[in-house]
Design a protein around this ligand. Sequence first.
Ligand SMILES: Cc1ncc(COP(=O)(O)O)c(C=O)c1O
Length: 400
Amino acid sequence: MKDVDGNEYIDFNSGIAVLAVGHSHPRIVKAIKDQAEKLIHYSWTDFYYKPIIDLGEQLTKITPGSFAKKVFYCNSGAEAIEAAMKMVRWHTRKSLFLAYTGSFHGRTFGAMALTASKPVQRRHFFPLVSEVTHVPYPYCYRCPFGLTYPECNMWCVDFIEEEVLKKFHPAEDTAAMFVEPIQGEGGYVVPPDDYFQRLKKILDKYDILMVDDEIQSGMGRTGKWFAVEHWGVTPEIVTIAKALASGLPIGAAVAMADLMDWEVGSHANTFGGNPVACAAALQVIDVMREERLMENATRQGAYLMKRLKEMQQKYPLLGDVRGKGLMVGVEFVKDQETKEPASQEVQEVINKCFRRGLAIITCGKSTMRFAPPLIITHEIIDEGLEIFEGAVKEVAAQLR
Ligand SMILES: Cc1ncc(COP(=O)(O)O)c(C=O)c1O
């Protein structure tokens, strides 16, 4: 990227995980231009047009599950979450939701009630949409129960059944659980390998739907279309936005067809599934396939993790390195033993990186999030990491 003064930046952020296929990919730009010349808008609530149907066909194919599906279109991630919240209440006639501490699902009122990663996201906005219970996310580096994996036998899953569903949050009244397969804004936290399978069994046992929020982790970022596929779990609803149309606003909730049985007028909007955004999204899906960007995400992600783990050996400031594909987090700590979050230090590293030509942002309390476009190469990773390491070295030296 180049700024107004002509300074150049390596992009390790992708506009918050949006520019998966890179900036202004020529095929996306052409698709946008071509579609804009034909039809810019026509409310899909009342009339269909081809790009929205073609995209629906693609989305039902690439999301997990071979069952019949339906797609609801909107303009953002938060709106996709709102649609899922309303859909599960409408279909199940149950009102309660489960979500995670540390989660981020958006900032509209419904989504904000699920969101629980930072007080600032909710402060002074109460009362929220009620009936959400938050349970601890499987954050093994900082286990909320003070346990260690795998000796813990994943008490965090059993906790949901034993301490929540059986004690105060009746399963009969619980419509759905909202999950991020890798927690994004909460700190790029990756659950242990057998976690989601165990969780899904409990949800199935109690007839609770799983809404898989892939708004940040989806569309190939982790090396698969959707991150939940890493664990072989099939959710009933998948929410998508961010990278879907390479920067044009669009969101989608893809659901098992039976779940979207609401009556006409129950939920709708004016702009959702805009034809220009749909045309861009169709190209994104093609480019992902043709340029083999998921393979690249896996390959470059492994390289990035390897390099970061090597750095971790040199700098105790880097407490934990974790991720899947090109969704990688490095948690900064003041001390590897106490794991005290190094929030100020991570901010200093970010500022130094920015001044030296690397665009990167944080998440959680003190985690650096690496989410470059999926077209990235070894060489550009090396260039970016050189800037990153230089900044880490200087900030680490001040700590001593
Ligand atoms: C996992 C997740 N869900 C939902 C959202 C909300 O999306 P939007 O900002 O498009 O409303 C985000 C945004 O960062 C997200 O990361």
